[in-house]
Design a protein around this ligand. Structure first.
Ligand SMILES: Nc1ncnc2c1ncn2[C@@H]1O[C@H](COP(=O)(O)OP(=O)(O)OP(=O)(O)O)[C@@H](O)[C@H]1O
Ligand SMILES: N[C@@H](CCO)C(=O)O
Length: 383
């Protein structure tokens, strides 16, 4: 992260006196990350990471530290928190809640291979399964409700193009039944900068501070959008397939997950577009603040939308064919695909939406321009 709260050497020495970690030899602020203040700490007995939590409550932190211990006990390579002399995992420094964890070996990977994406997909599925025996639950702090509220707060500050995109995406997101999707404890922020690799294996899963109870596949979508993309934001099929297959070899998807996968990929891009936009428009103060680019996720969202779009051009066909053409085009489509039907028959403005509603799809827009009629639908279930 960025260092929001500076810590002097003598303050750190006093803090470390409460831990069985020996005497301080060196420490340095970590510039990666955006949420908390982190330091690498070297003592006479080992290497550690000190985190000062910038906005979480002690209750939430109790959840995160207990989860780290739970996942570590289950063999997941997360950093194990160190108890102080009183047996507490959570302490205080500079008036902020603070914790000391073991520093893990390994390096971040900028350009993962399909094999590394598969390795990560496997670990993510194991984390989801291990999470089933973790009995505490925490609501998502960047979940659907947050996305809707944040969008409405930021919309007036966006230019027309971005505002139109954001508004349309929020409308689409309302069609996803988030509460019905198979859910459990998820990491919710498993980007490349939160994973360490050593000798081709995952050696560290870091930064569980967005972990919560949410849709498992949304967690995989977050991974996919960071690990399996080309520079332009489009998905790299080889990496995406490797990651999904490895995940499913441990935990196969349920039918509802198959159906809403495309929508969850979009939800996961929207989440990070919004959080980065928010951080840009409402910056926090501190030293070494790292600001991540919102446009990266706006572009990813555009690619996910385009990948989930079908256009039906029925302009040369006669009434009542537009509905049949839409039906044909939609055959076997999963939910979350947007269908734009263009026709010259004014009856299509009524017939296509009526057909769509019967089949559980959502009509996003109907408009007419001269003698051309456009209907935009969102599939809500396999047709
Ligand atoms: N236990 C650890 N072992 C090794 N390196 C670590 C450890 N914890 C953190 N780091 C390093 O510090 C960086 C920042 O940590 P972390 O991701 O937890 O910060 P954050 O501010 O919460 O970040 P984010 O922006 O990802 O939410 C990591 O990317 C990693 O390089
Ligand atoms: N991983 C996030 C930052 C922390 O939530 C991002 O890249 O925007």
């Amino acid at each position: 992260m960025s260092v929001y709260t500076p810590v002097s050497r003598s303050e750190l020495e006093t803090f470390l006196n409460e831990y069985p970690v020996g005497a301080l030899t060196d420490y340095a602020g970590i510039s990666a990350g955006v949420e908390n203040t982190n330091f690498f700490v070297t003592t006479t007995l080992g290497e550690f990471v000190l985190t000062l939590f910038e906005h979480h409550t002690p209750t939430e932190l109790g959840y995160f530290l207990a989860l780290m211990r739970h996942w570590a006990d289950a063999g997941i390579p997360v950093a194990r928190p160190i108890p102080n002399h009183s047996g507490q995992l959570l302490s205080q420094l500079k008036g902020k809640p603070a914790a000391l964890v073991v520093r893990l070996n390994g390096q971040h990977i900028d350009e993962p291979t399909p094999a590394q994406c598969a390795e990560l997909g496997t670990w993510l599925a194991h984390m989801h399964i291990a999470g089933q025996t973790f009995l505490q639950q925490r609501s998502p702090d960047r979940g659907h409700e947050w996305r809707v509220q944040t969008a409405s707060r930021l919309l007036p500050r966006l230019d027309t193009e971005n505002a139109t995109l954001l508004q349309a995406e929020i409308t689409f997101q309302q069609t996803i039944p988030f509460a019905q999707l198979p859910s459990g404890t998820v990491h919710a922020d498993l980007f490349r900068d939160n994973v360490l690799f050593h000798d081709g294996q995952v050696s560290g899963i870091l930064d569980v501070y967005f972990a919560c109870y949410d849709s498992w596949l949304y967690d995989l979508a977050i991974v996919m959008n960071d690990w399996c993309c080309h520079a332009d934001g489009s998905l790299d099929n080889a990496r995406a397939l490797a990651c999904i297959s490895a995940y499913q070899s441990v935990r196969p998807w349920e039918p509802l997950e198959q159906r809403y996968w495309l929508g969850l990929l979009r939800a996961a891009t929207l989440r990070f577009w919004l959080s980065r936009l928010d951080a840009t428009l409402n910056p926090r103060t501190g030293d070494m603040i790292l600001q991540k680019d919102p446009a990266e996720f706006r572009n990813k969202l555009l690619h996910r939308i385009a990948a989930a779009s079908v256009s039906v051009d029925a302009r040369r066909l006669l009434c009542p064919l537009p509905v049949i053409r839409v039906q044909e085009a939609c055959e076997n489509l999963p939910a979350g695909v947007s269908i734009t039907a263009i026709c010259t028959d004014p009856g299509a403005l009524h017939d296509i939406p009526a057909w769509a509603r019967i089949h559980g799809h959502t009509v996003l827009d109907t408009r007419s321009e001269g003698r051309e009629y456009t209907i935009v639908l969102q599939t809500g279930q396999a047709i």
